[in-house]
Design a protein around this ligand. Sequence first.
Ligand code: ADP
Length: 779
Amino acid sequence: MDLNWVLEEYNGIVYVSDMNTYEIKYMNRVARRVCGITAEELEQKRLKCYEVFQGLDRPCPFCTNQYLKENDFYEWEYQNLHLNRSFLLKDRKFMWEGCEARIEFATDVTEYRSKIANREHVRDSVLKSLPGGIARVDARDLRTILWYGANYLSMIGYTKEQFEQELHSQCTYVHPDDLDRVTMMMSELKKKGGIAMLEMKIITRSGEVRTLTTTLSYEDGETSEDGIPSFYSVGIDITETKNQQIRQQNALKEAYDAARRANQAKTDFLSSMSHDIRTPMNAILGMTSIAEAHVDNPFKIKECLKKINDSSKHLLNLINEVLDMSKIESGKMELNESEFGIADLVRNVFGLCRPLILEQKHQLQIDISAVAHEKIIGDKERLQQVLVNILTNAIKYTNPGGRIKFKIKERPTHVSDISLFSFLFEDNGIGMSEEFVSQIFEPFSRAEDSRTNQTQGTGLGMAISHNLIHMMNGSIFVDSKIGQGSCFTVTVPLKLRFSTEEMIHDLEGKTILVVDDERDTCENTCLLLEQLGMKGKWALNGREAISEIVQAHETGNDFFAIILDWVIPETKGEETVKKIRAQAGPDIPIIIASGYDYSSIEEELIRAEVNGFITKPLFKSEILKVLRQFTNEKIKKKDSEICFTTENGLNGIRLLLVEDNEINREIAQELLNMMGASVETAQNGREALEKFCNSGLEYYHIILMDIQMPVMNGLEATEAIRALERPDAKTVPILAMTANAFSEDILEVKKAGMNEHITKPVEPDTLMHVIQKWRSVTC
Ligand code: ADP
């Protein structure tokens, strides 16, 4: 049967050639068209297969005739550069018209190939853009990597060679922590099929642990092209995201913990606050009732009043701390800088704390010899508040009879007019645990300790101090050991105000005898004297002092002055002075140095006929101030000559007190009267304005004005007074006396034209001081 028509109609290329001569015996229609040959040409020209298909003049070097067998096809693929096409080929040997021939069926796959090439190109681009790598893992051993792509190698940190030689192309880089889980998951997937997603850690070649998120898809051997069951896996490195997530989680947890702690602390605070408020309130009410029941017993009444006073002060402190904390938390706390002396600051701090120190019988050591500059600029009140708080804690949290050391150090900074001042407080008290120290600055925190619980406190002082010192660009450092004691160091940069009066030529070279039973105090004072250009000698008791005085007299080098500690163990101050005076004669000034307040020993000092008084700790400026008094005149031993200024009260001052609250008005009037002032009152701003209008020129020396009042408030009244057409309307000092203690209240007060702000409840001394100040400004 002639089947040529079948070949002729076949859609692919078919040709037959003589295997020995390569002559083409037949070409179907498609073959002729692809090669551009007509049927006539084929018949006439006896063309060879290598000429037609390869454009060669001799048999192809890759001719496949040698591989052809009877009854079997030889299949191959070839890209024909001559025809610029790709073919899938099937060749077979057979007899064609009596000669040994080869028949070739060729399918043109050029289009198909280029489509595949395009797809591969697209796939490569997609893979390259993957933020990770892909791999095919052999599902038989769950570890051999059959194939990998994208950024697989860079993700695990190996080069191709390192991966093959060191890891033997296996995924042994999976972190041991995750290995079992990953293996189990793959085994499961192998059984059930499908896709799984997991997170796992790997160890890169450099030892870094990274986290990948991986998808795995299983393909069994039957459907895979090479018959190997495998997992196709895509891994993406999520280490950075994961770390960020962990950081965020930690931050959240910390914030949560802090909020929880703060909340807990606030709850604890409220419950202890209600206790802390009730306790002094109870004392105040109770003591008032007791006093009422004993109106005829002045001793009992005095005792009750003292207790009422103590409890009120404690209550006030509580309120102040809560207010300060709320100011800090709402960002309303502001610093108020002015010039002040370190000596003043330290005197105030110890003045406030000395009664407590004496009560607790603590031993106090002070070293201020390293202070080079005493005049500085800063917020004295706030610095004082911090120092008082730390010193009070040292006193409170140290068992009676303890030891407290205080030291100031001054260090220069790279800015010539700023020094770094460190205030050190060291106690040998109950101390704190390391854990508690790490949270000591958190509001409301108090150590869980029976001794702390027995001590009154809010747990706010340190938080307030910490914030204040930070506002001053300083720091607080706490070193503490439970049962051994604590050391607090407050360091703040402070501007220096250089004073010209620090050297007095008349005192240069003079020798001063310092008598104190504390060796450190003697040495420190002599150091200060030397820094001032004088000479210092010291003695630890009266006996030694007398022998120094005698010796000095015999050599004709009498002391210029004697600075004598009031309390030295052997004898009473008064006696020591008398003995020394007997030896030193009437002309050598004896200056008493004491930590006590002058007024508490005034009588004894006058009796002992001393010439000067100086408060401990001794500062250069104080020493100079007192010694300077003795450079010109001969000393006179009269009490009026003692280096000390007594206040003259408010004698001769006429005040207008404007206050709506009857009790407050009565208290203020009584206090002012006790200080010697004559007081007229008004119940609101309108009444005050009328009284001022109806008074003669400069009749009232000072007006004390409450702010919140009915009819006309203090701000409006002040504005109205200042607007009056009379000469003293602008000058009369108007002082606000109000419970509104926030800084914006103070600003408002100033804006309305008032001169100063006094916070209620009013401290009698502060009130007197402020009134005296404004009286001296205007008269
Ligand atoms: P408080 O009003 O309770 O004294 P603070 O804020 O001043 O509050 O102090 C917080 C806590 O720090 C105190 O309750 C106490 O537990 C601890 N503390 C502070 N100073 C000392 C110190 N010098 N020695 C031992 N504990 C201290």
